[in-house]
Design a protein around this ligand. Sequence first.
Ligand SMILES: NC(=[NH2+])NCCC[C@H](N)C(=O)O
Length: 645
Amino acid sequence: MALIKTCENSSNSNSEGSKSGSWRIGSLIRKKQVDSVHITRRDTHLQLAKKLSVFDLIAMGVGATIGAGVYILVGTVAREHAGPALTISFLIAGIAAALSAFCYAELACRCPSAGSAYHYTYICIGEGVAWLVGWALILEYTIGGAAVARGITPNLALFFGGEDNLPTFLARHTIPIVGIVVDPCAALLVIIVTVLLCIGIKESSSAQMVVTTINVGALLFIITAGGYLGFKTGWAGYKIQSGYFPFGINGMFAGSAIVFFSYIGFDSVTSTAEEVKHPQRDLPLGIAIALSICCILYMLVSVVIVGLVPYNALDPDTPISSAFSSYGVQWAVYIITIGAVTALFASLLGSILPQPRILMAMARDGLLPSFFSDINKNTLVPVKGTVATGIFAAALAFFMDVSQLAGMVSVGTLLAFTTVAVSVLILRYVPPDEMPLPSSLQGSIDSVSLRFGRNIVESDGRISRSPGSCETDGQFLHEKGEIHHPLIFGGTALEKISELTRRKIAAWAITFVCLGILAFASAASVEVLPSILRFTFCGVGGALLLCSLIVLARIKQDNGRHSFGHTGGFACPFVPFLPAACIFINTYLLIDLGAATWIRVSVWLVIGALVYALYGRKHSSLSDAVYVPSAYANEIYLHSSGSLA
Ligand SMILES: NC(=[NH2+])NCCC[C@H](N)C(=O)O
C-alpha cells in the first residue's frame, strides 16, 4: 500500500503567484502533509534527539502547568467569585481543559511532530491560520515565560527577608528619567533556563523532574498539613453562614473561567513530539496523566485552603502562606515559598522549551528563516532558536512588567486550543488528502501501486529528485494536474459521488458549527450589546450549532484507527460533541478577555500578517516541495531501487 503526492500540484498556482508577486488566496489555504518527509532541494534536516519517556512527559506537563495559578489565584477567586465552591470551579475548569487535552492527544498521536498546534493547523486548516497560530503561540510562550520569570523575584526575595535585602545584582532597580523597573533576577533565571535547554532535552527534562518533584512535594505538604490543621480546628471556613455557594452557581462558573488559567501549559508536552521515543503511546498518556495530577492537586489544595480560612478572609496576594500563618505555623511559609519558586521555575522552563521547537517547525516549512531550523549536531537541540528565544524573553523580563500582557498570553493559548479542536473535526470528517481513511475504503487504496522512477532515497529519508517528477499510476491525476483524494479513487461512480457529497456536507456543517458557536458565545459574553440583539444572536447561533451538530453526528467519520504510519493510537471520544464543546468554551473565554486585550493582540496579529506576506508566503516550502509520507520512505526506496517495481 502506498500513496504519494506532489505538493506543488496543490500549490502550483501559489508558487506562480508568489513569483509574480501577486496575492493569491491559495497560499493561505494550502496544507502540508501529515508526518511527511520534506523533500526540498534546500532541505537537510537533522532530527531532534529521541530521548523522552512517558515519565519525562508527565514531569514536563505537570511542571509547565502548575504555576502562579494555584498559589495566587485561589485567594481572589474564592473571595470574589466562588467562595468555598472554588473546588468545584477547579473541577469544571479541569474538565474544560481535559476537552482540549483529548483533542491534543488525538492530533499528537496522528501527527507526531514538533510544532504542536501550529503543525496540526497547517495539516488540517491551512497555511494562513497555521501561521497565525504559530505567531500567537509566541505570545503564549515567550511573553508568558517573561511574565513567569518576573513573578519569581518577589517570592525568591522572601528568603532574603524582603526585596530590599536582595543582593544588588539581583534586586529590582528603577531607571531614572524613564521610570522603567528592571528585574535582573528574572533575566538571569531566563538565561539559566536557556542554557539548560541548550545542553540537551534529556538533561532539561531531568532538571524539570527534580524541580517538579519539589513543587508537587510542597503542594502535598499544603494538603496534608492543612488537612491536619483543619481536622484539629474544625474547618472554620466551611462553617460560615453564607453556605457553600455564596455567589451562586454563576459565581462558581465565573471562578472556573478564571482558574482555567492554572491548567494552561499541558500543551507544551506536544511540542516535544519529535523527541519522544514512542510518541503515539506516550504523548496521549503523558498529557492525560499530567492533567489528572494537576486537577487532583488543585482540588485538594482548594478544599483545604477554603476550609482553613473563611473565603472572605483569604489574603488575595498570598492566600496559602497567610492561611498557615493565621494558625501560627510560620515556618510553613518557607515550604510554601519553595513550592511557589519551584513551580514558577518549572513553568518558565515549560514556556521556553516549546518556543524554539515551534519556530523550528515553522522554519522547516519555510515560513521563517532557516536559522531557526538549525539543530546542533552534538546536542540534537535547536540551539540557535533556543538562544534567540532566551535572549528575547530575558530582555522582556528585564525591562518590562509584562503582567499587564497576561491577557495576550491567554489569547495565544486559547487560539491554539480552538484551532486544535477544529482540526479534530476536520480530520474526522474532511481528512486532508494523505489522512487516514475509513476502513471501508482502505482496501481501495491498498490496490494502488506506486512508482517513483529512479529516485535516490537517502538514509535520512530525503529523496534527491526534482519536484514534479514523481509518478503515480496516473489514476490519481485530474486533467488539471491536481491529485484527487484517494477516497474517490477506486470506487464506483456512485461511491465517488456520495463520498464527495459527504465531504461537502461535512465541511459546511463544520463551518456552521464554528459560526454558530461564535454567534452564541459573543451574545452570551458581550454584555454591552442591546438585549434584543443578544437574544437574537443566541437564538440563531444556538439553532445553527444544534442543527449542524445533528448533521455531523449522522455523517460517517474516520476514527483514525487506520492511519498512515500507525495503527491504533488515541482517538478523541464523542466526536463531534466533545470538540464542539471545546471550541465553545475556548471561544467564550477568548471573547471574555475584553476589548483592550483584543486591541493589543490585533496589533500583534497584524504585524504577523505583514511578516507572512513579506516573507513566509514567498518562502513557504509548499511552493517548491515534494512531500512523501515518511511511513513510505522505505517503500519508496524499494520501488526506486527496483526490487518491487
Ligand atoms: N505556557 C504557558 N502559557 N505557561 C503559563 C502557565 C501558567 C500556569 N498554568 C499557572 O498556573 O501559572
